[in-house]
Design a protein around this ligand. Structure first.
Ligand code: FE2
Length: 307
């Protein structure tokens, strides 16, 4: 083979490899860093007229992921949604590479858009203590920053959200792993005593991290449960339309994304924003959920419409 032909073939080989790498990078960015938006409408006779039309944004599992410089893409999207309330259901930090300042700074800006309610995930539990001696523990530092910003952190607690003398009941459960590391407290709401804290006269929204405990939320009688943790099952395509694997559910998981209904309980599972040990999503883009609350007339049954 002559030298010019060899050089040409080498050049074409390098070019093909470069283009494939570029294409793969673009595809990875599209699947892992391009935000998607899903809207649900919930109609229930338990939603008071004062809250009809309320917009609740559900975020989960950021794992320190950034969408644009300083999370500007995410913040811009949140502003455009004009939410009345934002709920964040755990894994704000990633325990394998915790970045407290990064997490706290975008949450502080999110709290300025609408009141933010937050519950812990399993990754926060791993960060309750310092990873190395003589280092500060990451989670307590984060909690201090969030509290200073005015974020409502619910460690097994409930709050009434009041509007025109009508109210919603919102309960936040710690991740079970996080709760197991806290000192005992009879005042704390846990999954085991959740039913006692639900108000049958009001619409009960429960924030928690774990979707695999759905049957327990249904047994307690929650109206709407917001969860995350499963990351959509990572790979959502044939032959795994419901996802390939999820933490605490293993391969072919059941609760990975969308709406699940049992008795009068409806659970929404967010596909989440970020990733942890497995930074790969296929057909499973990072997700922001909007839930519009609608008062039902004439005692209509609870219904949820995917818009
Ligand atoms: Fe997570």
């Amino acid at each position: 083979m002559s030298r010019p032909v060899l050089i040409t073939l080498l050049f074409l080989g390098v070019l093909t490899l470069g283009l494939s790498g570029w294409g793969l990078t673009l595809w990875w960015r599209q699947e892992n860093r391009q935000l998607s938006l899903t809207t649900y409408r919930i109609r229930s006779p338990k939603i008071p007229p004062a809250f009809s039309g309320w917009r609740l944004v559900h975020l989960s599992d950021p794992h320190n992921t950034q969408f644009g410089e300083g999370n500007n893409q995410l913040l811009e999207l949140l502003r455009s949604l004009k939410p009345d309330l934002i709920c964040l259901t755990g894994d704000l930090l990633d325990s394998y590479a915790p970045q407290v300042d990064l997490a706290a700074s975008w949450v502080e800006r999110t709290q300025a858009i609408a009141p933010l309610y937050y519950v812990t995930g399993n990754h926060e539990a791993r960060l309750l203590e310092a990873p190395e001696p003589h280092q500060p523990a990451p989670y307590p530092l984060l909690e201090e920053r969030l509290k200073r910003a005015g974020v409502t952190i619910l460690h097994g607690q409930s709050r009434s959200i009041v509007r025109d003398r009508e109210s919603l009941n919102i309960i936040g459960l710690d991740d079970p792993y996080f709760a197991s590391l806290l000192p005992p407290d009879p005042q704390r709401i846990e999954l085991s005593n959740l039913a006692r804290h639900l108000d049958p006269q009001r619409f009960n929204i429960v924030l928690c991290h774990r979707p695999e405990l759905f049957s327990l939320y249904a047994q307690a009688g929650c109206d709407l449960v917001l969860t995350g943790h499963a990351h959509g099952g990572q790979i959502r395509c044939w032959p795994f339309p419901n996802g390939l694997l999820a933490p605490n559910q293993g391969f072919w998981p059941r609760y990975t994304a969308g709406l699940y209904t049992q008795r009068s309980t409806h659970m929404l599972v967010s596909r989440g924003l970020g990733d942890s040990l497995l930074p790969l999503r296929i057909n499973n883009r990072p997700q922001v959920i909007v839930i519009e609350l609608l008062a039902a007339e004439g005692g209509k049954q609870f219904g949820m419409l995917n818009a």
